[in-house]
Ligand binder design. Structure first.
Ligand code: ZN
Ligand code: ZN
Length: 879
């Protein structure tokens, strides 16, 4: 027989050991195998410097459930792991460290030395998140682990960059971009978060050249006025028709700027005159392009005013605002100030207000790429789960701007563009350029900027499988199957993988995008550092085990929706582990068989549990296929706990302990093991550790549950009639138990039960289930008939459906004791009543006491009278 299970389940003593064995035996490995179908998930690569947080734990648990299921279903199931270099996040971390420990900046070290430091950091801490993923039980094929800046992924990045450049889909241009003055880098549209902030609308008076008239513009950003190169009005605005084509004079500076008409201007907003600053506002930039306006940049990279700002040079943008307003005021140009709330873009990393600025950046031309990316989702080649996210995706793709891919950082893929310092030639190439192809000069300088981190993660589904090489893995595992990720990175990541897959592989990168929500705290708040409400998944694993954490994350979750994490829920999962453990241990200790085969003769309750289990197999399989992992988990919990443990094991005990009748005893062992083993298989993807331990402790074939064959629905185990029969039996048992509980009858007091029904079928159900009924209904004897017993009127009766049950009162309660108890209660009530009546009969009390108090006493008296009447009734019933 197999090893006996220890008395209590200790996850900490089990999990690491089991995980090590799984890894050593190569159970997670997926091979190219033409006899099997592939199933592939690429992990959303966590930041290499990151620490496992609840969001990861959630994301990884869902992926592991899917991959473990598919592995058991016979697929060559590959879960491709890896980490992301996370450009800005990592660079900031290393810079902070450098500043705190050595008082240095990255400029003190220089590019090369600084990058050495970042690699050192990566080598030291990069593995931490991988170790943490292992604690969770993640069954990735670790042999294949990748890093977005490893040799292969870097090669893929260069290949893609050069390809797109050659096709004219990457260009360098002066464009308006979102600039974070704090992070000193350009941000893509997706990296800007908008918030409404209270602000002001300032009305400023501009003179008009060669005219007595003036014009009033309204602005929320007076600090950029030195960069104004025009005043725009709506072409239909009658107020300003005669001014179009004239020049306005910028106050303080005195520069002349054209007044022009553009449809973009909203007549109703402010005065209908818009100051136009092409270098510092995206809409003004567009108008500037349309009307050939001059571009005057007035800020430096740190958002201080530059040399174009005249007397304001050197001021920070907020200081500049104050100074400008003071000057305008002094000149009598500030005619009105209004409160105004507006949408302000902020940096998603540091929260600094983003400054729109024109600068030389690299872009991916999106319109041609978006076409295919929209088509594959519209055509259903890629499905979003839940479906509503496909609309979000398509809407975004239809309005997508060119993607700014250059970042003013050092850590990342350096853009493979090379400039000749002598003739100015620019070459974009996969290989390093050392000689200018035009003039032969060797004074070559590579582009300083690196690529947006998402540029490399956009290639993840194929770069990790070996692209641009034509590897057998790429051939076999691509397109991947399911991408699991949060709704917060659909634009950053999912969208970019889709157009990259279509452009470079001509095939979708994955077939299904399974979107999940965020893990929130008990009160529904986002977990965040500033709130201090984050929960460390590793601490939860230490305390409750990885299985309990995983099960908590899997239950109560539905695709696309946020979920709440609470200590109560993880404790409930831990209790579920204990319940499974105790039941399994009980079964295992009573086993005499060493091989499981279903017996030829099955009792009604055997058929019932097998049929229930059979339905569970079908449901869980379907739910997982439909990504309803929370529902699957809940069904497993309900079946194992409520049906199998609370009913079947209880019913089975009598036969299991019947050592004289070997056949009966072994039959029930077989059914118990069959259902328990199968349940452990179904539960395995959710709770890998405890299920493996139990499965191995029961009679089994094979080395591990994780490579066992996934249970399938079997028509032979469908017993509809027996399920219905057991339902009748169970319903009557529940009714009797409830009634006894109401009457405070302890289980030790057994009563005779008269079952009365005219339904012959139901009579035979009770005959068949007599043994189990006697035990579970705490009954001393059962009599089944179609007429009520003679003294039925004096018995306790319970009804369920067409079954009436009677129990003699004297078998449930001790008459004398009960009488004494009722009499004692009655005496106390009478004493209280006479005290109150005395009070109410006292005219002094009635006169002095407030109305409310008197009324209160009267109510009390009425209640006591009622209670006494009831007690009398109960006493009479006992006679
Ligand atoms: Zn920032
Ligand atoms: Zn040259």
């Amino acid at each position: 027989m197999t090893n006996e299970l220890p008395k209590t389940y200790d996850p900490s003593a089990t999990e690491d050991k089991l995980y090590k064995t799984w890894e050593e035996k190569g159970y997670f490995n997926a091979e190219v195998d033409e006899t099997k179908k592939p199933f592939t998930i690429v992990i959303p690569p966590p930041n290499v410097t990151g620490q496992l947080h609840m969001g990861h734990a959630f994301d990884e648990t869902l992926q592991d459930i899917l991959i473990r299921t598919k592995r058991m279903q016979g697929y060559s199931a590959l879960w491709m792991p890896g980490t992301d270099h996370a450009g800005i996040a990592t660079q900031i971390k290393v810079e902070e460290n450098l500043r705190n420990e050595e008082g240095l900046t990255r400029y003190d070290l220089g590019r090369e030395k600084f990058l050495e430091r970042v690699w050192d950091w990566k080598n030291q801490y990069g593995n931490r998140i991988i170790q943490q993923l292992k604690k969770l039980g993640s069954s990735c094929d670790w042999r294949r682990e990748r890093f977005t800046m490893d040799e292969g992924c870097s090669k893929a990045v260069k290949e893609v960059f050069v390809n797109l450049y050659d096709k004219g889909l990457i260009y360098k241009g002066s464009r308006i971009i979102n600039w974070c003055p704090h992070c000193a880098t350009a941000l893509s549209d997706a990296e800007v978060e908008y918030e409404t902030q209270p602000g002001k609308l300032w009305y400023i008076k501009y003179d008009i050249k060669d005219s007595e008239e003036s014009i009033i513009v309204a602005t929320t950003r007076p600090e950029t006025f030195m960069g104004d190169t025009g005043v725009a009005v709506n072409p239909d605005d009658e107020r300003y028709q005669h001014l179009i084509g004239k020049k306005a004079i910028l106050p303080i500076i005195g520069r002349e700027i054209p007044i022009f008409a553009d449809d973009y201007v909203d007549k109703e907003f402010g005065t209908g005159c818009v100051k136009t600053t092409p270098c510092h506002d995206p809409n003004d930039f567009e108008m500037g392009q349309r009307h050939n306006l001059e571009q005057i940049l007035v800020f430096n990279e740190d958002a201080t005013v530059n040399e174009n700002g005249g007397k304001y040079q050197g001021m920070d943008r907020y200081e500049c605002r104050k100074a400008v307003l003071a000057d305008l005021e002094a000149e009598g140009r500030l005619v009105k100030i209004e409160d105004h709330t507006h949408n302000v873009g902020t940096c998603y990393r540091c929260g600094t207000t983003v400054e729109p600025m024109t600068s030389a950046q690299w872009f991916v031309k999106m319109a041609p790429l978006a076409k295919e990316a929209i088509r594959v989702v519209e055509d259903g080649e890629i499905k979003f789960v839940p479906e509503r996210f496909s609309k979000t995706y398509i809407r975004w793709m239809e309005n997508v701007h060119d993607w700014c891919i250059s970042r003013q950082l050092w850590w990342g893929h350096r853009i493979p563009a090379y400039y000749c310092e002598d003739c100015g030639e620019m070459v974009v190439a996969k290989e390093d350029v050392t000689v200018c192809p035009k003039c032969g000069s060797t004074h070559i300088r590579q582009e300083e900027d690196v690529l947006d981190t998402w540029f490399s993660s956009a290639l993840w589904p194929f770069s990790t499988l070996g692209w641009p090489e034509k590897t057998k893995e790429l051939e076999y595992f691509y397109p991947t199957d399911t991408l699991v990720t949060g709704y917060d990175i659909i634009f950053f990541w999912v969208a970019r993988m889709i157009f990259s897959g279509m452009e470079h592989m001509k095939q979708v990168p994955f077939k299904t995008v399974y979107i999940h929500g965020l893990v929130r705290d008990e009160q529904g708040r986002k977990m965040s550092k500033s709130l201090g409400n984050g929960i460390d998944p590793l601490k939860v694993i230490d305390q409750y085990g990885a299985d309990a954490l995983r099960f908590t994350l899997a239950t109560g979750n539905s695709p696309g929706n946020d979920m709440r994490y609470s200590k109560d829920r993880v404790e409930a999962s831990r209790n579920f582990c204990n319940k499974i453990w105790n039941a399994s241990r009980f079964i295992q200790m009573n086993l005499t068989i060493d091989k499981v085969a279903l017996p030829k003769t099955l009792t009604m309750e055997d058929k019932w549990i097998l049929s229930k289990y059979n339905t569970l197999v079908q449901d869980v399989t379907t739910n997982i296929d439909k990504y309803e992992l929370g529902i699957a988990a809940q069904k497993l919990n309900d079946f194992i706990w409520d049906v199998f443990c609370d009913w079947y094991i209880e019913i089975a005990k009598t036969r299991l302990q019947n050592k004289e009748d070997k056949e009966t005893c072994e039959n029930v062992q077989n059914v118990l093991c069959y259902v328990l083993s199968g349940s452990m298989q179904l539960l395995h993807p959710f709770m890998p550790f405890i299920t493996e331990t139990i499965w191995l402790a029961l009679p089994h074939e094979g080395e591990t549950v994780m490579l066992s064959k996934w249970p399938t629905y079997s028509e032979e185990l469908h017993f509809e009639a027996e399920e219905a029969q057991m339902e009748i039996l169970m319903e009557s048992i529940r009714a009797i138990r409830n009634r006894r509980a109401e009457m405070n009858v302890p289980p030790s007091k057994k009563a005779q039960i008269y079952v009365v029904t005219e339904n012959a079928e139901h009579q035979s159900v009770f005959k068949e289930g007599e043994a189990c009924f006697l035990k579970l209904a705490y009954s001393s004897a059962l009599s089944i008939s179609d007429t009520a017993p003679a003294d039925a009127a004096k018995m306790v009766s319970v009804v369920t459906g067409d079954v009436q049950m009677y129990m003699p009162m004297n078998e449930l309660i001790d008459f004398e004791k009960e009488k004494a108890r009722l009499n004692k209660e009655k005496a106390k009530a009478q004493k209280d009543l006479s005290f109150i009546e005395k009070k109410l009969g006292n005219p002094g009390f009635l006169k002095k006491a407030p109305e409310q108090v008197v009324e209160g006493e009267r109510t009390k008296a009425a209640k006591l009278k009622e209670q006494i009447a009831k007690l009398d009734e109960s006493l009479a019933a006992l006679d």
